[in-house]
Design a protein around this ligand. Structure first.
Ligand code: MSP
Length: 481
């Protein structure tokens, strides 16, 4: 029987600096879901990548005397190394500068929009914020600068191609209201519906080649290149074959999940569905919109000095500590705060004193009491996840509440701790060793079950616990800091 497919995407990141906690957050959430779906037996395609044709990347390269390609190649090395140090199991990394993988599909999509009569040329004057890579209005400004980027917008007058976004206001609204395109959580769905109430305005979809010669040329017009968002959104379909491999494309499209931050909701929940409808393509099934990672209640910024580098946390506490914090301590649908203090407190209580201590106590007893068990008879990860009694864990995953799914596992950890306290096998062993062995065997089996449920969330620790059980050794997990 053919396996069901599951296609999940992260936004493609601007490679104009280092990846920070916010980026690490998006990819970690996607990774947990991708691993979970693989464990259920699905054929998963997990896509991530880089959004390269942006003026800010070109400018960042110029600052250090490098051309865009050379500059980005260096940055992407860092992206990949961060991904591998948090065990991000992506299947594909798309680069929008990839002329073989991305460009044919982006051009094919543009041609479809033209065929639908949705592209027209118009002279336009407006304020352009390079940070947003979008036109903004006077009323968006605070003291003359864009409040998100702290920079004054550029005054631009250009002749561009426009996309008839306005034509799709009602159609997009219907898809969202009917749930055909699900926006998670409800608050973001309402936010986009209220934006649609005001009606969408046509949007500039190209820039003069003189402004960004590095971008994808508009078909049949050597004077214009594609606007970064039109080029970037296309990555979700070009990566899997649109415009070059129809079979591959149809295999995975429509996507099951686009996972994005709340700052790019409008592009994904209005532009993108409209573009797909114009091209006669099915819409993604769900868009999951997460909150922002803040520190001390504020957006991380160099000026405020509250930036937390994921690499620092990784070096000190290890990859599963970072994954744990992002999955369990942050609500996926709201902003979440990270400080070194809260991180360390969570590490000590849930990992060192929680999972780490529980594993070492149980294995210590299993070894010293010479408890016998057949490791091969312990259930598989898949059977455990699919078992009737863990329906609540699966329900949390199905609604993208990864903090709840993680909370479910930590509840089992607490229960197992409590069981040791009540049954006191360490005292029992002195009076009745055989009975104590039966108790400890039961504890080992429950620890195994916990390790199975941890597999998508903390793959490394899950494997370490399982190895310890199979080889009957005491592992070192989460040393005290
Ligand atoms: N290139 C566009 C996306 C194109 S997708 C077709 C872009 N890139 S980005 O690098 O600026 O941001 C990528 C993602 O990181 C976005 O989802 C954004 O919300 C997320 N985050 C950036 N800072 C963040 C936090 N501080 N917290 C959580 N996520 C954040 O936008």
């Amino acid at each position: 029987m053919e396996r069901k497919t599951f296609y999940i995407t992260t936004p493609i990141f601007y490679p104009n600096g280092e990846l920070h906690m916010g980026h690490a957050y998006t990819v970690t959430l996607c990774d947990i879901v991708a691993r979970y779906q693989r464990l259920l037996g699905k054929e998963v395609h997990f896509l991530t990548g880089s959004d390269e044709h942006t003026v800010k990347v070109v400018r960042a390269g110029e600052k250090v005397g490098k051309g865009p390609k050379e500059y980005i190649d260096g940055i992407l090395e860092n992206f990949r190394s961060l991904y591998s140090s948090i065990d991000i199991s992506y299947d594909q990394f798309i680069r929008t500068s990839d002329k073989e993988t991305h460009w044919p599909g982006a051009i094919a999509l543009w041609n479809k929009l033209v065929e639908a009569g949705d592209i027209y040329k118009k002279k336009y004057a407006g304020l352009y914020c390079v940070g947003h890579e979008a036109f903004i209005t006077e009323k968006d400004l605070v003291n003359g600068v864009c409040p998100d980027h702290g920079v004054a917008p550029e005054n631009i007058e250009e002749e561009n191609y426009f996309f008839r976004l306005s034509k799709y206001t009602d159609a997009v609204r219907t898809k969202i209201e009917s749930g055909e395109l699900t926006i998670l959580p409800e608050t973001r769905k309402n936010e986009i519906l209220s934006l649609l109430k005001d009606g969408l305005q046509d949007v500039s979809f190209s820039r003069p080649v003189s402004k960004n010669s590095w971008a994808i040329p508009v078909p049949n017009d050597p004077e214009q290149v594609m606007y970064v968002w039109c080029d970037a959104l296309a990555n979700y379909i070009t990566a899997i074959g649109y415009g070059r491999d129809e079979k591959g494309f149809n295999h995975f499209w429509p996507a099951d999940y686009h996972v994005i931050g709340k700052d790019i909701l409008r592009f994904h929940a209005a532009f993108w569905p409209a573009m797909l409808m114009s091209a006669g393509l099915p819409l993604p099934k769900k868009i999951m919109v997460h909150g922002m990672i803040t520190s001390q209640g504020k957006k991380m910024s160099k000026t405020l000095g509250n930036v937390i580098n994921p690499l620092d946390l990784l070096h000190k506490y290890g990859k599963d500590a970072l994954r744990f914090f992002l999955a369990k301590e942050v609500s996926p649908f709201e902003d979440g705060d990270v400080t070194v203090e809260t991180f360390e407190a969570a590490y000590n209580s849930a990992l060192t004193n929680g999972l780490g201590n529980l594993t070492s106590r149980i294995m210590q007893m299993a070894i010293s009491y010479e408890v016998t068990y057949d490791a091969k008879a312990l259930g598989s990860v898949q059977d455990t996840i699919l078992s009737e009694k863990h329906a609540a864990y699966r329900a949390s995953f199905d609604s993208f509440r990864l903090n709840e799914a993680s909370g479910y596992v930590w509840k089992l950890i607490a229960e197992l701790d409590a069981e040791i306290q009540t049954k006191e096998p360490f005292k029992l062993f002195k009076i009745n060793p055989d009975e104590a062995r039966v108790v400890v065997k039961g504890l080992v089996e429950k620890l195994w079950e916990i390790s199975c449920l941890l597999a998508p969330i903390l793959p490394d620790s899950s494997a370490k616990v399982q190895l310890a059980i199979v080889n009957k050794v005491k592992p070192t997990l989460f040393p005290r800091k």
